[in-house]
Design a protein around this ligand. Structure first.
Ligand SMILES: [Mg+2]
Length: 89
């Protein structure tokens, strides 16, 4: 997501920090709702993909704001923990 740094910077400058938190919360909620609807055949895969794109962008925005390197390190740590759980008897 490093390619989008200019967009993340411009977005933050235009709307501010609080708006980014609120947008991330809203997009996560929309994905949650879409998944619930998908399970009941109320929406198709395209809706899920659209909401995943929204959440992906907000994750990129927030990761850039909080520090991509820190997020990447936390992901590696969590993947290692998951790997350990999968290898456990
Ligand atoms: Mg959305």
């Amino acid at each position: 997501m490093d390619n989008y740094q200019d967009i993340y910077r411009a977005t933050l400058k235009k709307w501010g920090t609080e708006a980014q938190y609120d947008q991330a919360i809203e997009e996560c909620a929309e994905l949650i709702a879409a998944l619930k609807h998908f399970k009941r055949d109320k929406v198709g895969a395209a809706e899920i993909i659209s909401e995943l794109a929204d959440v992906t962008l907000m994750i990129g925005q927030l990761s850039w704001m909080f520090g991509q390197d820190k997020v990447d390190a936390a992901v590696v740590e969590k993947l290692e923990k998951l790997k350990g759980l999968l290898e456990a008897p």
